[in-house]
Design a binder for this molecule. Structure first.
Ligand SMILES: [Zn+2]
Length: 105
C-alpha cells in the first residue's frame, strides 16, 4: 500500500512552514548561490493528494533520513551523519484513497 509522509513540529517543539504538511520532494545537497547550506531544499504540500507516494513506510523513512552528499555538510560538527529532516517528527500515513483506486484500475 502506498504511503505519504506527514511533517509535524520539529523535535525541539518548534513549528515551521512544513509542519502539518506532506512531503513532495527533497534535494538534500541543495546549496544556495552564495554557498550557504540550510538543510537542503524541501518541498511540502498542504493537500495529501499532492504528496509524493512512497511504496511503503520503509521507503518513506529512508527519504526522511537522507542527507547531503557534499563534503562540506555531509557530517555534523559532532561527526555524525547530517540528516536535516530528522529534526522533524514525522508520521507515515496511507496515501489518499482516490489515488490507490487509480492504481488498482
Ligand atoms: Zn555542503
Amino acid at each position: 500500500m502506498s504511503v505519504v509522509l506527514l511533517f509535524h513540529e520539529r523535535s525541539d517543539g518548534q513549528r515551521t512552514e512544513h509542519s502539518g504538511r506532506y512531503f513532495v520532494s527533497y534535494q538534500p545537497t541543495h546549496h544556495w548561490a552564495n554557498g550557504d547550506y540550510d538543510g537542503g531544499l524541501l518541498v511540502t504540500a498542504a493537500d495529501a493528494r499532492e504528496a509524493f507516494q512512497f511504496a511503503d513506510a520503509e521507503a518513506a523513512l529512508l527519504a526522511w533520513k537522507r542527507g547531503p552528499s557534499c563534503r562540506c555538510h555531509c557530517f555534523r560538527p559532532d561527526g555524525r551523519p547530517n540528516r536535516p529532516l530528522t529534526a522533524y517528527t514525522v508520521s507515515v500515513e496511507p496515501a489518499p484513497a482516490a489515488a490507490s483506486m487509480e492504481t488498482k484500475a
